[in-house]
Ligand binder design. Sequence first.
Ligand SMILES: [Zn+2]
Length: 264
Amino acid sequence: MQSIILVMKIPKKQYIFICLLTLLSTLFFTCRKPQPAQQERLSPDTEKQTTLKEADLEPLPDGFCLLTDSIPDAILEIRYYSDNNFVGTCIDGYEEPVALITQKAASALRKASDEFHKKGYRIKIYDAYRPQRAVDHFVQWSKDPADTAMKSVFYPHIQKTTIFSRGYVARKSKHSRGSTVDMTLVDLKTGKEVDMGGSFDYFGDISRTKSESITAEQRQNRLLLRNIMVANGFYSVQGEWWHFTLCNEPYPNTYFDFPVKRYL
Ligand SMILES: [Zn+2]
């Protein structure tokens, strides 16, 4: 009754106008085609490409993971994927600039990374798992005495022929066992690398953790890196401040050779 009374109170012209408006609105909403849901719909071509790309990925070898899956904020500077290394070219077996590591080492490294965070740092990785074919590349390179392209940067004071006998490069590397990392620290506030008083892969006395050729502050920085890594289950070597191996590594006698790249 109320609605009839309401209709009765509206003047005839306005009543016709309202009716027309209602009719037009109904027609508009009825004829409108249903829109697809608001989600990204891949074109058939893109879907095909994605499927093919995923199909190309091989399964990751058992017990390994991508280091950044475990520590997403780790900075990667995979030197052997670049020409900024002692050989001067991308090294065999480095197909993508990623870091692979055993899950066990990743878990320990994650704990160390958390500690570094509390102290105002994040980790930067130069190398982790290294395939045997990369080490073989180093050996081949060492047999060419004429190739000294990177001598002035990485080994200015030693003869290339003594690189193996001095232990700077080995024919079998702990890195190939998957639980060794080469790393440094980056200041969370400034984004700059912490001053370690020497650079990664420099073949010389200054790379010894307790070298006398660095300042007290630089030595402190190296010790900060070493002490937290050691507290979280890694051991260091005297000759390379950046190098750490998990004490209870899961594959102590296996030297893997699968390439460094992304896997499923
Ligand atoms: Zn190393």
